[in-house]
Structure formats: C-alpha cells, structure tokens
Design a protein around this ligand. Sequence first.
Ligand code: ATP
Ligand code: MG
Length: 190
Amino acid sequence: MGGTFDPIHHGHLVAASEAAHLLDLDEVVFVPTGQPYRKDAAEVSAPEHRYLMTVVATASNPRFTVSRVDVDRPGPTYTRDTLRDLRRLRPDDELFFITGADALGQILSWKGVDELWELAHFVGVTRPGHDLTDSGLPQDKVTLLEVPAMAISSTDCRERTAAGEPVWYLVPDGIVQYIHKYALYQEETP
Ligand code: ATP
Ligand code: MG
C-alpha cells in the first residue's frame, strides 16, 4: 500500500487490514512515498518523519511492515518504480497494490501505466466521498473491495493540528504523540 502518509491515519490502517483479511494476504507492506510527484514538495513533511510515523503506526501488527524503497530512491516517486523494486526484492511473491477509490480513479494517468498491470494486481477500496469504479481499467487486473467507511484524510489531520484541534482517535495514539514531539503541521508564522 503506497501513500504519502503525512500523517498515517486509521483510514489507511482499516483499509489495509480489511484488504488483507478479504484477500487472505500474508503481509501488507506500507510504502511511504519519497517525493510525491503530484504534491508540492514544500508542503509535504520530510520523508523520514513520514516513514517513522508509518513504522510507529504499524509496529504492533505482525502482518504489517514498512518498506523504504521509495524514501531511499532519489527523485519523484512513481508507482511503477515502487513495484519494480518490490518485485526485485521479493521475486517469489505475488504483489497486490492497495489503493483508495480516489487514487484508483487516477491510475490511467500514472507514468508507465501499461507496465503496472504486469507488476501487480490492483485492489481498489471504498473511501467516503469518492466513487469506486474500475471503468477504463483492465477488469482482470483490478479487484474492488468495500471496507468500513472512515471519513478521515491526512489533509484534514494536518489542518486540524494547525488549527489547534484534536486528532485523537483519527490517528493512532503514537502518531498524536509523534506529531506533538516534532511539532509537525504547525501553522507557519507570518
Ligand atoms: P492527503 O489528504 O494528504 O492526500 P490521504 O488521506 O489521501 O492524504 P494518502 O497518503 O494520500 O492519504 O493515501 C494513501 C492511500 O490510502 C491512497 O490510495 C488513498 O486513496 C488511501 N486512503 C487514504 N485515506 C483513506 C480512507 N479514509 N479510506 C480508504 N482509503 C484511504
Ligand atoms: Mg491522498
């Protein structure tokens, strides 16, 4: 499951857990992006913070792991490179790429889209506020799953923190503490 994870929240964790359960996956590898090419680099927290938050949030689940392939690769992150690297590191594994309805709708515009279908099977999960449809995507390469609706986004968590509003229970407790410890998402002083 790729993502910016800025910060990781319970929407990500429930989606991953449910996909693993429904598809009987052995492991969910969370892959925090390096530099997300669609997002303004200055607006995104340092990769190391996002990587560490992902480790903190997933540490207690024996089936959850975190990969550094994207944070360690220089330049913008493309899912094609993520999947190529994971393939190389795990040549015997069958790969599934878990993505929310919003991201699934954009896949056709991703770099190297034709190769993506060869690298992994795609799993689209429901996300409140977004229609889950695989129209235009190769039907045998995509599975759509309904997962418990968590109306949570990282953007909302950042905005709440900047406004002094709580993010308790939207993110794991350790992430509330991590955000506080490193004073992430504070409003910029004018
Ligand atoms: P941002 O608001 O910064 O874009 P986000 O909440 O969308 O953050 P991302 O890191 O962009 O989180 O998302 C990573 C992946 O998790 C994407 O595939 C996204 O669709 C999926 N996802 C994020 N939040 C949810 C949610 N609440 N329910 C289901 N899927 C989600
Ligand atoms: Mg997003």
